[in-house]
Design a protein around this ligand. Structure first.
Ligand code: IMP
Ligand code: MG
Length: 173
């Protein structure tokens, strides 16, 4: 059966906000090289769009961690599926996340990365659902706060579908 998708944030609003974030990040890292850590798979669209508008030198690496199954609920378990290819020692690391929900994935991930001695470690997320937070996380750059809804598109999936939608939508049940 087809799921019904309602547009929550249209493409032009998502992309306008990402350009604003890129301006702010470029200002903050002026004179430095920025190492983007894209958290697969959900963050790929956001990472690409953001990176296009950054005006500081950028390198990109990818990491994949599991936090969710194919449904809408957190499994509570987190493991590294794919680690970074390069060392982050002495780099200005900016972790790029699609959405922060309970905060479990990010708090675990940040503590893992911190021990690798980056020069700096910051967190950037396209979406945040603050009402759902279980574990506190310090977020340095937030695209948009959204209510407690399960969203898809712009990299976000429901059972691996809808990542390719160019807007943020809500799956109507
Ligand atoms: P957390 O550990 O609960 O913060 O979960 C973060 C991860 O869960 C995100 O990186 C997403 O992969 C997934 N996730 C959380 N909320 C949503 C949603 O509304 N739609 C799609 N994926 C979500
Ligand atoms: Mg994710």
């Amino acid at each position: 059966m087809e799921d019904k998708i309602r547009v929550l944030v249209p493409q032009e609003d998502v992309e306008k906000r990402i350009r604003e974030m890129a301006e702010e990040i470029s200002r903050d890292y002026k004179g430095e090289t920025l190492h983007l850590v894209c958290i697969l798979r959900g963050s790929i669209f956001f990472t690409c769009e953001l990176a296009k508008y950054l005006t500081v030198p950028v390198t990109i690496d990818f990491m994949s961690v599991s936090s969710y199954g194919d449904g809408m609920e957190s499994s509570g378990s987190i493991k590294i599926i794919k680690d970074l290819d390069d060392s982050i020692q002495n780099k200005n690391v900016l972790v790029i996340e699609d959405i922060i929900d309970s905060g479990r994935t990010l708090s675990h991930l940040l503590s893992l990365l911190k021990v690798r001695e980056p020069k700096s470690l910051k967190l950037c997320t396209l979406l945040d659902k603050p009402d759902r937070r279980v574990v506190p996380v310090d977020v340095d750059y937030t695209g948009m706060e959204i209510p407690d809804l399960f969203v898809v598109g712009y990299g976000l999936d429901y059972a691996q579908k809808y990542r390719n939608l160019p807007y943020i939508g809500v799956v109507e049940q």
